[in-house]
Design a protein around this ligand. Structure first.
Ligand code: PRX
Length: 645
């Protein structure tokens, strides 16, 4: 079956693109009409990028879970909504139909309500990749609460910061999570995050690993006990809260170039319409397809393409608890064969890591069910693209290279599978409704002419329904971060090329944000964490090319602690201490790959660190550090070069 707004030819893409730019409100209104609204909107679009103020489908009333669950019950109630594959292949998988998922979401909505959760409350979710995570998200949306999912790799301190920023009163977590050979003690991390916390009233704990956990009377309750109470009362339905299209749906924290992570806010109506539209068009989803997005729901990719995109389309979404290399590097391929997966969506870093195991793990795997492959999160190098195409897709499956961000909600630049051309390592064309532009450093728009390929900073001229609306509790931060660099435009923070066909190739971040294994890490945030270590005087962090992770983290550290490497020859131990400190402050995902101890950093006379020089050295490009005469202490550059790791 085709959806009424599914693009089925290149010509149609061009026509739809033109229509969407000529009259965005009319275009998105015609898409939005295909959803279930309690009341139709009175104003399709109202916006300016100065405040910024962005409203889509204002006055429209809906609940996103009625679109993700209720509206599929009559026709597809018995169809699998979620397929869950556990970490351990010996454990039984779970298949949850739309009817069952609806019931479970309704029951957990009652649990939330019984525990005091109301419309607008912030609920922090810190769980492993089990179906209860998707259920908790949808139940929050059903009662009108704002969910804020935190990835399981973040530390107690990071959680505490996010709880405070969101003023969250509720947490949903698990005793522990399985990831590969590891058990992660989630509840214990939550307990640490709650020391000194004064806002959280209730913690709901689902059982997964049945690790021993502390349960505090009056605050902590077991998920299963609470569900039993609801079941005893025979409650299987929960009337969904009526939301305005512009009511917040969720907050997701992400790193930027300055300070602490910011809470990106997405709203109910626009996010729903745009997520669904991109899911159907980019992947060319057909009824009955099994969609396997390997991301964690702790990131935006999981929100949009495991939960809201597929479920709003009535699709079957496969959720995997584990990692691609456990119990061996053939796990993804086993899952594809086991469930006859049709669409596989993963990250370049996973592809590169699996390439490292050679072709052995692919031996004997069928993979003939695959129709479409996708990548997301970072630029994909041509070698990885061709490996994916040849050994996984067997040259039969179009690869969609989807470029987008936490702030954009969903995919903005991508080929449409099998419909528009795919070019290795090029994200290619903007989605309908997206007016991308490249600008130079002064904000001057660059115009592509003739055969030339131009290069610039990637900006967007107007709003699309999935754009962030604000950063939680600090609208000014939203303005300065995204809308002030180039007035009148949304600035992505990425650099890009544009060729004669109008295709885009993303070259990577041009701000101080690293992309390590597809995870965003702000250098300022990481430097703050390193500087918290008692012996550290100052530090500077840059990225360098890494074969598997895309970017590795290189930290230059001025260290004067009494356990310093020069006094006691214990440099490695000090490095471990610093890594421990980072793991406490941010989480294990932010560990540097290399830490070089230096006596000074290259600074200008006004005290600014010359990161360009540090980047060149980290990249091993020692001869092109350029002119250093303007530095306060040019000699430090030679010392750093000599000590390069
Ligand atoms: O630099 C771009 C890179 O990931 C950044 C967004 O990170 P995050 O908000 O964590 O979202 C990741 C998942 C959407 C972007 O600014 N990025 C994402 N997709 C691609 C990409 N870089 C190149 N090609 C992509 N397909």
């Amino acid at each position: 079956m085709h959806y009424p707004y599914q693009i089925t030819s290149y010509e149609q893409y061009q026509a739809e693109y033109k229509r969407s730019i000529d009259d965005p409100a009319e275009f998105w209104s015609s898409v939005a009409e295909n959803f279930q609204w309690r009341k139709k909107w009175h104003t399709t679009l109202n916006w300016n990028f100065t405040d910024p103020k962005i409203e889509w489908f204002k006055g429209g009333k809906l609940n996103i879970t009625e679109n993700c669950l209720d509206r599929h019950l009559e026709k597809s109630g018995d169809m699998p909504a979620l397929i869950w594959e556990p970490n351990d292949p010996e454990e039984h998988h779970r298949i949850i139909t739309y009817r069952k998922l609806h019931e479970k979401v309704c029951q957990f909505s009652h649990v939330l309500k019984n525990n005091g959760v109301k419309k607008g409350d912030r609920v922090c979710i810190y769980m492993g990749m089990i179906p209860e995570l998707a259920i908790a998200i949808l139940a929050c949306a059903r009662v009108g609460a704002i969910h804020s999912v935190i990835f399981g790799g973040f530390s107690a301190q990071s959680i505490a910061d996010r709880l405070y920023d969101a003023q969250a009163e509720f947490i949903v977590t698990c005793d522990g999570a399985y990831r590969g050979a590891k058990d992660i003690p989630l509840k214990s991390v939550i307990d640490d995050s709650l020391i000194g916390n004064r806002t959280v009233k209730k913690v709901i704990v689902a059982t997964r690993t049945r690790t021993a956990v502390s349960m505090i009377k009056g605050r902590d309750v077991w998920w299963e006990d609470e569900i039993k109470k609801v079941e005893t009362l025979g409650l299987h339905d929960f009337p969904a809260e009526e939301m305005d299209a512009e009511d917040p749906l969720f907050i997701l924290y992400t790193s930027g170039s300055t300070g602490k992570p910011k809470g990106v806010v997405h709203t109910c109506g626009g996010y729903m319409v745009y997520t669904n539209y991109t899911f159907i068009n980019v992947f060319q989803y057909q009824t009955g397809d099994i969609h396997f997005c390997t991301a964690d729901i702790g990131w935006i990719t999981g929100h949009s393409y495991i939960v809201y995109g597929p479920l709003s389309a009535g699709a079957t979404s496969l959720m995997f608890e584990g990692v691609p290399t456990f119990p061996d590097a053939g796990r993804f391929w086993d899952i594809v064969d086991k469930f006859k997966v049709n669409i596989l969506y993963t990250a370049p870093t996973a592809i590169r890591s699996l390439m490292g195991f050679g072709l052995g793990p692919l031996q004997g795997k069928n993979l003939s069910s695959l129709k479409v492959l996708g990548t997301v999160g970072e630029p994909i190098n041509e070698e990885a693209w061709h490996w994916y195409d040849e050994h996984v897709g067997k040259h039969r499956c179009p690869i969609v290279d989807t470029w987008w961000q936490t702030e954009t909600g969903d995919c903005l630049i991508s080929n449409l599978a099998g419909i528009t051309p795919a070019v290795p390592s090029w994200a290619t064309l903007p989605m309908p409704g997206l007016q991308m532009v490249l600008v130079d450093e002064n904000g001057k728009e660059l115009v592509q002419e003739g055969e030339e390929t131009i290069s610039g900073n990637l900006c967007i001229k107007g709003p699309w329904p999935g754009i962030l609306r604000t950063t939680y509790g600090d609208h000014e931060r939203c303005r300065t971060n995204y809308f002030a660099t180039y007035p009148g435009m949304y600035f992505t923070g990425d650099g890009a090329l544009k060729d004669k066909n109008g295709f885009y190739r993303i070259t990577g971040r041009v701000d101080d944000v690293l992309n390590v294994s597809g995870h965003r890490i702000g250098t300022a945030e990481l430097e703050n964490a390193i500087n918290m270590h008692a012996g550290v005087v100052e530090s500077a962090v840059v990225g360098y090319p890494h074969d598997v992770k895309g970017q590795g983290i290189y930290a230059y550290v001025i260290y004067q602690g009494s356990h310093g490497q020069d006094t006691h020859g214990t440099a490695d131990l000090v490095r471990k201490d610093i890594i421990q400190t980072i793991t406490r402050i941010i989480g294990a995902i932010a560990k540097p790959d290399k830490i070089q101890f230096v006596s000074g950093l290259p600074k200008t006379r006004s005290g600014k660190i010359m990161r360009r020089i540090l980047r060149k050295i980290a990249e091993g490009d020692l001869d092109s550090v350029g002119d250093t005469s303007a530095l306060l202490d040019p000699a430090v550059v030679d010392e750093i070069k000599n000590g390069k790791l």
